[in-house]
Design a protein around this ligand. Structure first.
Ligand code: FAD
Length: 604
């Protein structure tokens, strides 16, 4: 029998980004024995990288803004595939969550009359993003972390969870993992588990995501029997750095365009005017003059096409590059230097200024940036109940980027940080209520613990086997080239074949050295999740035979109204663990009530 430490809680939260921290604060505040577990250091979660801001219809800059407009923008941005109830709760509750952060000590940028300043972002009709320069995620994490520490929440950091545990009745009842510093194993029993493990971009070669984003939560939920939805909807952010190669993919915030930056091709043309889809034509400027007037006064013109939703802009850049109108290193040019003063740029976009200066030797106050699409965000994820965050398997609650539904087929910028706060709190509430009503101590299946530990340690027993770095590189090549921004049926079939081969090879990984801080071993334990999530994305992309939001099929270039009515749901019917048989099929999306439908009528 394997050796491991043992801890017992009412609620454990896996993940200490914005969603996990907010969930933990809620559960602890309701008096539950709460533990927060994260595989990096506390305060270092990927959320810390968020730049542009948190979207909330507070109306501080434009008094016409309200939750109904935010709701409508979110649904239209998501190409109506969103869970409408999530989008509604999100739009209604985001302002309270931002004010709560402020009350807990967050220092937002201010308007001249002292209110929280809000900036423009793609797809949002009004300036709506509360921000702290371009370092909003840092302030959000700092504030939530201080709050959590002041509440004396137990934190297990540098502790990587490998598998969720169930009891004899199939209720999620804990988790098992290991300490990264020592390699010692650890198991938790809990009446309720909140998953808040973030995204999964690390399976692509060019990504804005941090090292943590390996899709562990998506995979663990699937293995525990939960449903996942719309995994094919992956957002490629239009503006990642394309040069130098060592940092290719690193994000350039949409705030650059919100603050006046424009996209040009190698001919100097503001090409986004050529790519305005019918759905957005009425509210988008026809000419450069009109677009520029809007920056000075929003009532004097319509929005610039550079601020269309991300999927539209990313596809346009992709087309320009493929048509040989790209920049020297295969991107396009993002120019704010010729449009704003150096002082303004350094004040509004301090991180971007330093990022380009230090990494690329480019002074963005005098030169244009080279940018191109980068794998950024997972709209698909674990299917949840909007009000409680409950997954389809009892005992499991999910919040943040690992949850699906809120953003439909495409997320608007700024809507993730607000999502983390709104649904982190709700998942914390849902888990607390569930745990409070669950009698007795949970009894996780010890066999599941032994199996997970045996599987994790197996690479140390092999002297001759696969190198995890080699497998990771091949996986990234496969996903980048065959399941990227534009997809075809033939390429997706090829990707599935390659994923089969990689899965078989991954079961033969060999690792040398000890367990303490062993990066090769850490990567080896990431591979099952990365391979699982890659398969989910590829299967979904193969079966969604249309183009919608973040999912574009060259062989099915238009949206299909029939696909607008369904989520593509994936599950492993028997749980089945790693490598089990995944079932996929369409299931009807929730019908929107008439009072919300009416918000999409002409006069709104
Ligand atoms: P994360 O912040 O990713 O946290 C995940 C947590 O789970 C971490 O603590 C991690 O250690 C832990 N974890 C993962 N797996 C395990 C495991 N197996 N065991 C234990 N712990 C685990 N969105 C906006 O709304 N506005 C913005 O301005 C914005 N800017 C962005 C800028 C950049 C550069 C990037 C990359 C993203 C940006 N986003 C923005 C998106 C947003 O930051 C993310 O979607 C969001 O932070 C995800 O938060 P989360 O709490 O779900 O997960």
């Amino acid at each position: 029998m394997a050796e491991y430490q043992w801890h017992d809680y009412d609620v454990i939260i896996i993940g200490a980004g914005g969603a996990g921290l907010r969930a933990a604060i809620e559960a602890k505040g309701r008096g539950l024995r709460t533990a927060l577990i994260c595989k990096s250091l506390l305060g270092k979660a990927h959320t810390v990288m968020a730049e542009g801001g948190v979207a909330a219809a507070m109306g501080n800059v434009h008094s016409d803004d309200n939750w109904q407009v935010h709701f409508r923008d979110t649904m239209r941005g998501g190409k109506m595939l969103n869970n409408w109830r999530m989008a509604q709760l999100h739009a209604q509750e985001a302002p309270d969550r931002v004010h709560e952060l402020e009350a807990w000590g967050a220092l937002f940028d201010r308007t001249e009359d002292g209110r929280i300043l809000q900036r423009d972002f793609g797809g949002h009709r009004f300036a709506r993003l509360a921000h702290v320069g371009d370092r909003t995620g840092l302030e959000l994490i700092r504030t939530l972390q201080q709050r959590a520490v002041s509440m004396d929440i137990d934190v297990f950091m540098e502790c990587k969870i490998l598998r969720l545990l169930t009891d004899a009745e199939g209720l999620v009842s804990g988790a098992v993992g290991y300490w990264r510093p020592s390699g010692e194993m650890v198991a938790f029993s809990a009446k309720a588990v909140v998953l808040a493990t973030g995204g999964a971009g690390k399976s692509w070669k060019y990504t804005s995501n941090s090292w943590e984003c390996t899709g562990d939560g998506h995979a663990m939920a699937l293995w525990a029997g939960a449903d996942l939805i719309d995994m094919e909807c992956v957002q490629f952010h239009p503006t990642g750095m394309v040069w130098p190669l060592s940092v290719r993919g690193l994000l350039v915030t949409e705030g650059v365009r919100g603050d006046g930056g424009v996209l040009r091709n190698s001919e100097g043309r503001r090409f986004m005017f050529d790519y305005v889809a019918d759905m957005f034509r009425a509210e988008t400027a026809d000419t450069e003059e009109e677009a520029d007037r809007w920056y000075e006064d929003h009532s004097a013109g319509r929005r610039p096409p550079e601020l269309l939703p991300r999927d539209e802009v990313a596809r346009a850049i992709n087309t320009e590059v493929k048509s040989d109108r790209g920049s020297a290193h295969g991107g396009v040019l993002l120019d704010i230097a010729s449009r704003r003063s150096a002082e303004y740029i350094r004040r509004r976009l301090p991180s971007m200024y330093h990022q380009f200066m230090e990494l690329a030797g480019v002074d963005i106050t005098s030169e244009a940036m080279e940018v191109g699409p980068t794998c950024h965000y997972f709209m698909g994820g674990v299917r949840v109940d909007a009000d409680t965050g409950a997954a389809t398997v009892p005992g499991l609650f999910v919040a943040g980027e690992v949850a699906g539904g809120m953003h439909g087929a495409n997320r608007l910028g700024g809507n993730s940080l607000s999502d983390l706060l709104v649904f982190g709190r709700r998942a914390g509430m849902g888990a607390s209520d569930y745990a409070s009503g669950r009698p007795g101590a949970p009894v996780p299946d010890r066999g599941e613990i032994d199996d997970a530990i045996t599987e994790a340690l197996a690479p140390f027993d092999r002297t001759d086997g696969e190198n995890p770095y080699q497998l990771h590189e091949e996986l990234q090549d496969t996903m980048q080239s065959l399941v990227g921004i534009i997809r075809t049926g033939e390429e997706l079939e090829r990707a599935l074949e390659q994923l089969d081969v990689l899965r078989d090879r991954a079961s033969n990984v060999a690792i040398g050295g000890g367990r303490s801080y062993n990066p090769g071993w850490n990567l080896a334990t990431d591979l099952p999740a990365m391979l699982t999530v890659s398969r989910l994305v590829t299967l979904g992309a193969r079966d969604r035979k249309e183009s919608r939001g973040g999912h574009t099929r060259e062989d099915f270039p238009s949206p299909d109204p029939e696909f607008a009515k369904v989520n593509l749901v994936q599950r492993q019917p028997s749980g089945g663990g790693v490598g089990g048989d995944i079932k996929i099929g369409p299931e009807p999306i929730l019908e929107m009530p008439p009072e919300l439908k009416s918000l999409f009528e002409e006069n709104h």
